[in-house]
Design a protein around this ligand. Sequence first.
Ligand SMILES: [Zn+2]
Length: 682
Amino acid sequence: MDYVKTAIPRQERLFYGADYNPDQWQACPDVLERDIELMKEAGVTSASVGIFSWTSLEPEEGIYEFAWLDRVMDRFAEAGMFVFLATPSGSKPMWLSEKYPEVRRVDKAGKREPSGWRHNHCLSSPVYREKARAINTRLAQRYQKHPALALWHVSNEYSGECHCQSCRAAFQAWLKERYGTLDALNEAWWSAFWNHTFTDWSQIQTNDLSMDGLQLDWLRFVNDQHVSFMREEMVPLRELTPDIPCTTNFMGTHEGTNYWQWAEHVDQIANDLYPLPDDRANTWQHAIRADFIHSLMRGMSGGKPWMLLECSPSSVNWGGINKLKRPGAHRQEVLQAVANGASTVHYFQWRKGRGGFEKYHGAVVDHDGSNRTRVFQDCAAIGAELASLRSLVQGDCPVAEVAMIYDWESRWALNTSCGPKELAGTGPFPSDLYTETCFDHYEALTRCGIAVDLLSTRSDFSGYKVLVLPALYLLSEELGERIRAFVQSGGQVVATCLTAYVESSNKCYLGGFPGASLRAVFGIWNEELDNLPADTRVEVRGAVEGSAKDVVERIHLDGAVSLAQAGSEFYAGEALITENDYGNGVASYLAARFEMPALLAFYRRLLEKASLCRSIDLDLPEGVVFRCRDSSEGRVGFLFNYSNQSREVEFGKLAMAAYLDPQTTYSGTIELAPYESRILRV
Ligand SMILES: [Zn+2]
């Protein structure tokens, strides 16, 4: 699968801007005038406009009002700035919601939601689809030749599910398409369990927690409904403005959305990310998780530049404890995205509104309304800096030697299977055992100085030296064959506990795990899974030492050699890390969730064995990460201290010039302040 995206036409520099809600300020023309002046001062190039402005655009059914938006578009064009024009389907007008109650979602208990909130329209409703198409068509007709229009921002953070009768019927039709016959469906879902054998399609419900096959297909269906809705929204946009790219804003590792599928249907990959640096001792680990999500977006863009379409220049308002960003953290978040391939950085939001749920959410312009605030001054400095990084705009990040698969299907299958341990919330990112395991391995590789490309199960990984498969729980025979061929021809694969338990319908493989014909590749048989309480650790002894937590498998050697063994519990002495020579390659199996010291020891060993190159040939202290990206003026390096403590980096004999000031050279010992970021010529 080729995810490669092309550049945004007319983008000649890094885009910098924010979500802008002029529809909320129509009674304050002086504020709207002032906004343009402040935007120029902050180095803004672009803004996302109209995301929640359906009522302002269509105050009554079929009655359209575009004068206010005409003025906004014209002002942007006059100022040499671009508009990412939104389609407004993310929240429903009251007239629509009340006149057509079927557009409102029904929850799992069967209760229809009242009007209000947002992101809560029924995905199947023909009326909502028709109304969205009508307003989108009007927008495209009106602004198709407008010089400010650079991009379509289609809806906003699509998410959630609806259990109305229309959605239930659509689910049944989707299943009929997928399985053909009820016999095939009953077989796939193991329906004889608890008398679930269906004798009529109409019997199938949307919510039955006892049926893991149904649950998995429901998640797939809801995802497909979202993609279908998004694609339908794009039809008039693509017809009327074929040269204007369409995107929608993703939410990183959001559970209900398999963005690999969405990536196939958008022209640009765009993401929203709010890392919430809380200035604690482990804040730097959260920064590495943000780095993971940026890499995921780069993967979905086929390695090409992508867009950070929302982040906060200050605190958010929904995080429980909404701590202000400490000095340096805001600039670091922006540069971290750029270092990982972003060619657009937009904030939510440009100006704080006076009321509503988000009135205290961070914004470039505070209620004070002036340019004198700390946040505005920070934003203006970052705007100027991004302008000076113009050479990066079409630059790619170097292709890594290590690839990791991140797979929503495995996550869904594991989360809908009752048994494997559930983890307590570990925010700020939505997470679970599957995603936490991916984060762990990404963090260990990052701390070893190794760059990682994130791929889908459909991506071509044959060119990589190492392929990492954290908890790839759902694994098809077809993918199993590609993994086998990869190792056969000399690749090194690393798999972990919970690998290849189930096939595509969430049914367990027979004959011993891992399934998908991978037992021979790894040379092991995985017999049992032990779930550990939160305060229990299992010792790890051997070539890798440390401890395991949460889940431990009892595996048997069947050709592989044991590198490390359990040092406690009744299975002390049994293998926990194995290695198997297969064909010209090597397959490693990590039969537990390891704590970081053991994972680091494992990957340091792998680094040497597979002759992997570090991103920079330096031993970086804890919390310091180096990234690089190509530009039209050569390779650019980014050195980040993600920690809230100062850190010393020993450059030794290495000497690198500051990117924006080539007269300044870094060598010897460099001290990085808390959250400091430096940009270097590599
Ligand atoms: Zn519905």
